[in-house]
Design a protein around this ligand. Structure first.
Ligand SMILES: CC(C)(COP(=O)(O)OP(=O)(O)OC[C@H]1O[C@@H](n2cnc3c(N)ncnc32)[C@H](O)[C@@H]1OP(=O)(O)O)[C@@H](O)C(=O)NCCC(=O)NCCS
Length: 172
C-alpha cells in the first residue's frame, strides 16, 4: 500500500495537514467501488463530451466484467484512492508492447476519476504518481482525453504530457 500525505503546502490549503489519502491496488472486494467510480467518470466525461455514442447503462452491462478483469492481477490494473474508508477516485492502467513496429513498452493511463467533492486537493496527482511507480520501466506513458475536457488536458500538461497525436471524428 502506498500512503502519502496529501497536503504538501498546509498553510495555503484548506484541509488539515493530518488528512491522508491512501492509494491501493483494487482487489476483488473493490469491484463495486471501482465500478461506481468508473460509472461516475463515464457520466462526467464521455457522457458529456461524446454523449451521442456513450452507453450510460454501461455499469449494468459490460461494467462488472470490465472491473473484475482489472482486479485479477497482471498488466492491467486499477488503483483506488481512499480518504479513510471512503473511495474517492480511481485510475485504470495497462501495459502494451513492445511489438515489431514500436519496440518499446507503453503504459497507458486508460482512465482517472476523482469525485467532485475531493478534486483540487492532490488526489489525482497522487493517483498519477502511484501509477508511474507501478509502471516503472516502461518507455512511455500515454493517455487520451476529449479535446473539450480542458481541465483534464491542463492536469496532464502540468505533469509533463505533450500532445503527440490527435483523433479526428466525422459523425455520419
Ligand atoms: C482530472 C482529475 C482526475 C484531476 O483530479 P484532482 O484530484 O482534482 O487533481 P489534483 O488535485 O491532483 O490537481 C488538480 C489541481 O489542484 C491543485 N492542487 C492539487 N494539489 C494541491 C495542493 N496540495 N496544493 C495546492 N493546489 C493543489 C492544482 O492547482 C492542480 O492543478 P493542475 O492540474 O493544473 O496541476 C479530476 O478533475 C476529475 O476526476 N475530473 C473528471 C474526470 C476526468 O475528466 N478524468 C480525465 C479523463 S481524460
Amino acid at each position: 500500500m502506498i500512503k502519502r500525505f496529501a497536503c504538501e503546502a498546509p498553510p495555503a490549503w484548506p484541509y488539515p495537514s493530518e488528512v491522508t489519502i491512501a492509494i491501493t491496488a483494487a482487489g476483488l472486494s473493490d469491484v463495486s467501488s471501482l465500478l461506481a467510480s468508473a460509472d461516475a467518470l463515464i457520466r462526467t466525461d464521455a457522457g458529456v463530451f461524446d454523449a451521442r455514442t456513450t452507453n450510460l447503462a454501461w455499469a449494468t452491462g459490460g461494467g462488472p466484467a470490465y472491473c473484475a478483469a482489472l482486479v485479477a492481477g497482471g498488466d492491467d490494473f486499477a488503483l483506488l484512492a481512499r480518504d479513510e474508508d471512503e473511495v474517492i477516485g480511481h485510475l485504470v492502467g495497462r501495459r502494451h508492447g513492445p511489438n515489431k513496429l514500436h519496440p518499446i513498452t507503453t503504459a497507458e493511463l486508460e482512465s482517472i476519476h476523482v469525485y467532485p467533492a475531493h478534486r483540487g486537493r492532490g488526489v489525482g496527482g497522487l493517483l498519477v504518481s502511484s501509477f508511474l511507480e507501478r509502471v516503472a520501466g516502461a518507455d512511455r506513458v500515454t493517455v487520451s482525453a476529449y479535446a473539450q475536457n480542458t481541465r483534464a488536458l491542463s492536469f496532464y500538461a502540468r505533469r509533463g504530457f505533450v500532445v503527440r497525436s490527435v483523433i479526428l471524428d466525422l459523425d455520419l
